[in-house]
Write a protein that binds this ligand. Structure first.
Ligand code: ADP
Ligand code: ZN
Ligand code: ZN
Length: 743
């Protein structure tokens, strides 16, 4: 036995940033180990399910020290070569453990090693090679020969049950053995549909319900997208709110489907946009599937399979759907590309928009990023000429954009957070038959509870944070760790009288009920929409005109269409102006423009009133007087001066532990290692903006570089040191490349 043994390189879910080598299971055919199949492997004292990523001749370690695979879980690769490559790239780019990345590429029900489908869902057919041979040679291969003959006569792929009924003297194990041997020879392939292979997606037959006639700007955009087919081409579709971006996606997708290809559509949060999904389903019918984490595992697996086999033409999903398998990819759409929910904030911290761009390039297909308020990252790419901008400057229905006005509320009489001017405008709109929306990005009754006598404040025992008053529930809640306690009646320190500081949506609703008893009010925030279906009911109540007043958080900033909404009141613009996070003003502007975009979409002209204590704030002023593009240009200049993204790259190393000194020590080691890379500035470790959360002390280290290569180099140094450090076991740590939140 002088041959070098076959070594299997496996991505096993674990926090370690490495792949693991195994030997094949004893007495298995080497042919069954095709990259992309799942393997059950021994790991430490337990066992785990990993994905085979490569076969190597000769390991880095002595093969006699390697353990053997326990079982091969799939007959055919679950992940195709492009997806494996996507996973490799993402693991390297985000410095994420490859096992966690590849687990993320699978639907949850396949991560734990469950059979990917009932046996009846697997079908077998001869491969081209198997069809080319005259039969299976050898006297010992009689069973294989019998199976080969049945398959050669069949005109479609056959399931195991179908095969058993056509074969004599076979039991199920014998059939499985024969099939496995034939597959190892490469003569039989397994598929999940009885049709002979997936060859693109069939056009539904031109039967799409057509939709409105496009205006010239829309036509031009659709034309550009359709003619870009067949190669990588990134676009920004920048269209004001209500300009008909969705209609552009629908037409471009119809073209994609007509060419026998699939479209992948990413949206920030499916639950928040039931209207959007309904429009896709109305247009494309049953060929639309959804993929998001709110789905039951079984349904999600079914969507995943249909996408993979080409039985679905349009895949609509949230962030994680960017990894959906596609039989015949033709177009990727990222709707509301600026939305922060595209960034995963734990574990494998990828950004779905950025992954979508990479994937489109890999697959050689167009990708369109749509937004009324594009991210600065995307605007910079447009400026550099690497993305093409398609503009929809006007509302599609002919409605004009709302008039936006800043309300200086300094020294004005206020009631429950509402100034007299805002209240009187709301009254005028309501009496004229319009609807009014009040936006405040803070749920609960009040963000703090204070003692009027001694200054005591209700704070969370586990976090550096005030507890939020939830008056209807008579509870105090920490919005950072979920801790709760009853609302005290008097100050626990001195017995003095307690008062609420600041306002949340619950308080605004209360105040509005007092002011407008004759109008129906709906509140939409995380607290009022926990029950399944509650969000849809409340949205419908507003859309149908039953409710006249809507109060809510950023959940209202998403693409809802309320035709009679004529006034939007922004209760507090100041929150976003004073944050330590350099992205806060960008986020604030996006929220303001998006929520303003809910006004005046129908026949009534829209008006937006923004309450602030800083009407002269330069960014707010630019936004209101010159619009989002001017605002974004101003912000880009500031970012360039500071070397902040999209100029220069950032990474954040976070560490938290019961003992802050431990977290700090670990980051100190990392800082030394990172500083060895030239061209990288290392800031910290410093306490996180919220230095304690859920009972843990939190520290962070910021790495900043003009170029990505040195940044990655520095991170690799830092990771090597952290992984080798004995402290790492007692500290919860993570790497965040291109962080969007700085806490
Ligand atoms: P966006 O996605 O930019 O917010 P939508 O595609 O939702 O815009 O369009 C906003 C409204 O305008 C919808 O009610 C839509 O049906 C309508 N609309 C879109 N395109 C046209 C068009 N070409 N002519 C008339 N109405 C249109
Ligand atoms: Zn007190
Ligand atoms: Zn807390």
């Amino acid at each position: 036995m002088s041959e070098t043994p076959l070594v299997l390189r496996v991505a096993v879910p674990s926090p370690l940033h490495t792949l693991f080598d195994y030997l094949p299971a004893p007495d298995t055919d080497p042919g069954t180990y095709r990259p992309g199949v799942r393997l059950r492997v021994p790991f430490g004292r337990g066992r785990r399910v990993g994905v085979l990523v490569a076969r190597v001749e000769g390991a880095q370690v002595d093969p006699s020290r390697l353990r053997a695979v326990e079982a091969v879980l799939d007959d055919a690769p679950l992940l195709d070569e492009p997806l494996l490559e996507l996973g490799r790239w993402a693991a390297a780019y985000y410095l994420a453990p490859p096992g966690e990345v590849l687990a993320q590429l699978l639907p949850p029900s396949l991560r734990d090693g469950a059979a990917q489908s009932g046996r009846d869902r697997a079908f077998y057919r001869l491969s081209d090679e198997g069809r080319g041979v005259a039969g299976v040679p050898g006297a010992r291969a009689l069973r294989q020969q019998a199976v080969w003959q049945v398959l050669a006569r069949a005109d479609a792929a056959l399931s195991q049950d179908q095969l058993l009924t056509r074969l004599e003297g076979f039991d199920a194990p014998a059939l499985r053995n024969a099939l496995r041997a034939l597959m190892a020879r490469g003569w039989v392939s397994r598929c999940e549909a009885p049709v002979s292979g997936v060859s693109g997606v069939k056009d539904v037959g031109g039967g799409y319900a057509t939709g409105p006639e496009l205006n010239p700007a829309q036509s031009e955009a659709v034309e550009a997208l359709v003619s870009a087919r067949g190669g990588y081409a990134p676009f920004l579709l920048e269209g004001v709110t209500g300009s008909g971006k969705t209609e552009v996606y629908l037409r471009a997708i119809a073209g994609t489907l007509g060419a026998g290809r699939q479209a992948l559509v990413l949206v920030p949060e499916i639950a928040l946009t039931p209207q959007l999904v309904a429009r896709f389903e109305a247009r494309f019918g049953a060929r639309v599937v959804l993929l998001h984490s709110g789905m039951a595992d079984g349904a999600r697996l079914e969507s995943w399979r249909r996408a993979r086999e080409g039985r679905a033409s349009v895949v609509i999903g949230t962030r994680s759907a960017v990894f959906a398998p596609l039989a015949a990819p033709g177009l990727i759409v990222v709707d509301e590309e600026h939305d922060p929910s595209y960034k995963q904030q734990e574990g494998f911290r990828y950004h779905a928009r950025d992954v979508a761009i990479w994937r489109a390039r890999q697959l050689g297909i167009p990708v369109v990023l749509g937004s009324a308020t594009p991210s600065l990252e995307t605007l910079r790419r447009v400026g550099q000429g690497s993305y093409r901008r398609l503009a929809l400057p006007r509302r599609a229905t002919g409605a004009s954009l709302p008039r936006i006005e800043v309300l200086d509320i300094r020294r004005r009489p206020m009631k429950g957070g509402l100034s007299d001017v805002l209240v009187e405008s709301a009254r005028a709109h309501l009496l004229a038959g319009g609807q009014v929306l009040f936006f405040l990005n803070r749920r609960g009754y009040a963000p703090a509870l204070l003692c009027h006598a001694c200054g005591w404040a209700a704070s969370c025992t586990a976090c550096d944070a005030h507890m939020t008053v939830h008056r209807a529930l008579r509870r105090l809640r920490c919005h950072h760790c979920g801790a709760e306690r009853p609302l005290p009646a008097r100050c626990p320190a001195c017995g003095g009288e307690l008062m609420h500081a600041g306002e949340g949506t619950e308080q605004i609703e209360d105040a509005l009920r007092g002011l407008f008893p004759e109008f129906t009010i709906e509140r939409i925030d995380r607290d009022t929409t926990r029950r399944r279906g509650a969000l849809e009911e409340r949205l419908e109540s507003v859309r149908s005109g039953r409710a006249h007043i809507l109060v809510g958080t950023q959940m209202l900033a998403k693409g809802h269409d309320f035709p009679d909404m004529s006034l939007v009141g922004v209760i507090d613009a100041d929150q976003g102006l004073f944050s330590s996070d350099f992205r806060a003003s960008e986020r604030l502007a996006q929220l303001l423009v998006q929520v303003a975009g809910r006004a005046g979409r129908g026949a009534r002209p829209g008006e937006v009133l923004i309450q602030t204590h800083c009407p002269e704030h330069p960014l707010l002023h630019t936004l209101v007087t010159q619009g989002y593009d001017a605002f974004a240009r101003q912000l880009l200049t500031e970012r360039e001066r500071a070397g902040l993204p999209p100029y220069g790259a950032l990474a954040l190393l976070r560490a938290e532990a019961k003992d802050g000194a431990l977290a700090e020590a670990l980051l100190n080691e990392a800082a030394h290692a990172a500083a060895a890379a030239p061209g990288v500035s290392v800031l910290g470790p410093v306490p996180a903006p919220m230095a304690r959360r859920a009972g843990r002390e939190r520290r962070q280290l910021l790495l900043q570089a003009a170029e990505r290569a040195p940044l990655r180099q520095a991170l690799r140094h830092a990771l090597a040191v952290i992984e080798a450090s004995p402290d790492a076991r007692r500290v919860r740590w993570s790497v965040d490349v291109d962080p969007v939140e700085m806490f």
